[in-house]
Design a protein around this ligand. Structure first.
Ligand code: FDA
Length: 396
């Protein structure tokens, strides 16, 4: 596009060629809008590429508003109702792509994440979307009925401006605070931001006695406040990870303990009562339910290793309680470098839940992760990107 020429005028300019931006661009162009999609990265949709271990968990069949964190919990309802998992599955079918339900409800692309990117690029190309990569936005100004967007690759005039620049996680592949800063420029509040779906870390002195457990993965029930997740936890050299920990990390509040039931399917207290006269060593007894290394290290940490019949009832009861309700306070998270998402974002109270348009700034839209709508683990975040992108595409 030539600098300062008439061609630099578009109906819709979208900043951020990730999941939400690509969906919004193709669907808006299908409605006859001229669409320019720009990104400062040299490659588009890098987060799709690295998602789901390269397989992209692109949606979840059991999507409900309750799967999302937001200060405005009902905001996501309308967009989710108008763009369902089946809508995205239809798109895959149209492009001949297969999918697989790897865990209940969680759909992954059979041909891998690159195939999802290829499909979205195809949709954009067919609909006539212009994509500009390696393009830095320098500034944005609003006039009566349009936005002037000044960039490193020319200046553009757009009737609608859609911000799809995502959150702060994984800065090394292109995350920036662009969307939050733009919100600030237009007087739109941004709720408190923190890393979500992220491993938790512990004080090295406190963790040293557990660091020998690194690599062990256990099915556990992890709770904080009223949230409970029963999935695997993974011991690492610095702390805890695994799906149940990632899930709870989005809800966890600094300084507060987590409660972890390491044997959620058994009543250890009852098992001890049944084994009161047993001469089996405690760690051997535990090794029936846990990996041997875990049993040894845990016993060394919380009890002497003696035959079961040499413990008092009180000691065994305390030991069982420790395994059923291990309370541990993280010192923090591994931060945005390791987080899958940013919790918090542009305050949805300022937007229409039907269109994603800012109430006080006609023509300005925010979609995807930049908003204060954060999904749980399991395909919910991509689905929010598709659904919010689609909602805006019908209004731009
Ligand atoms: P997204 O981050 O996808 O796109 C934003 C775009 O804006 C990027 O292309 C970026 O370069 C661009 N941008 C940023 N700043 C800019 C600026 N200043 N100027 C121009 N462009 C700018 N979710 C899920 O549902 N299933 C999954 O399997 C996974 N897996 C997963 C793995 C990993 C490792 C991570 C980090 C994340 C996931 N997620 C996920 C989360 C999911 O990737 C995320 O929620 C969506 O990509 C959000 O889509 P958006 O389009 O909003 O942002």
């Amino acid at each position: 596009m030539n600098k300062n020429s008439q061609n630099n005028s578009v109906d819709v300019l979208i900043v951020g060629a990730g999941a939400a931006g690509l969906m919004c661009a193709s669907e808006a162009a299908k409605r006859g809008r001229s669409v320019l999609l720009l990104d400062h990265s040299s490659k588009l949709a890098e987060k799709i590429r690295i998602s789901g271990g390269g397989r992209c968990n692109f949606t979840n069949l059991n999507i409900k508003p309750e799967n999302y964190l937001s200060q405005n919990p009902h905001f996501c309802r309308s967009a989710l109702a108008r763009y369902t998992p089946q809508n995205f599955i239809n798109l895959l079918n149209k492009h001949g792509l297969a999918y697989e339900e790897k865990a209940p409800g969680q759909l992954f692309c059979g041909q891998g994440a690159e195939a999802i990117i290829g499909m979205l690029k195809d949709e954009c190309a067919t609909a006539g979307v212009k994509i500009l990569l390696s393009c830095e936005v320098v500034s944005i100004q609003k006039s009566a009925d349009s936005f002037s967007v000044y960039t490193s690759r020319g200046n553009f005039l757009a009737r609608s401006l859609v911000i799809a620049s995502g959150g702060l996680s994984i800065p090394k592949i292109g995350a920036t605070p662009f969307g939050y800063k733009l919100a600030e420029q237009f007087g739109i509040p941004v709720t408190k931001l923190h890393a979500g779906l992220v491993p938790l870390s512990f004080h090295p002195d406190e963790w040293s006695e557990f660091s020998g457990l690194a690599g062990i993965s256990l099915q556990a029930e992890v709770s904080f406040s009223r949230q409970v997740f029963r999935e695997n936890i993974l011991f690492t050299h610095r702390g805890l990870s695994g799906p149940a920990i990632l899930q709870i990390s989005s809800y966890w509040e600094p300084g507060q303990p987590l409660h972890i039931n390491l044997l959620p399917d058994l009543d250890l207290q009852q098992l001890f009562i049944e084994q009161r006269s047993s001469r089996q060593l405690l760690d051997n007894f535990l090794a029936q339910y846990f990996p041997k290394r875990f049993a040894e290290i845990w016993c060394a940490r919380f009890a002497e290793n003696k035959p079961l019949n040499q413990y008092s009832e009180k000691a065994l009861s305390a030991f069982a309680a420790q395994l059923h309700d291990w309370q541990i306070t993280p010192t923090g998270t591994l931060g945005y470098a390791k987080a899958e998402v940013t919790c918090g974002g542009v305050d949805t109270q300022a937007l229409s839940s039907k269109t994603m348009q800012v109430n006080e700034v006609p023509g300005l839209f925010f979609i995807g992760e930049v908003l204060d709508v954060t999904g749980q683990l399991g395909g919910y975040n991509f689905h929010w990107a598709w659904a919010s992108g689609y909602a805006a595409s019908q209004a731009v």
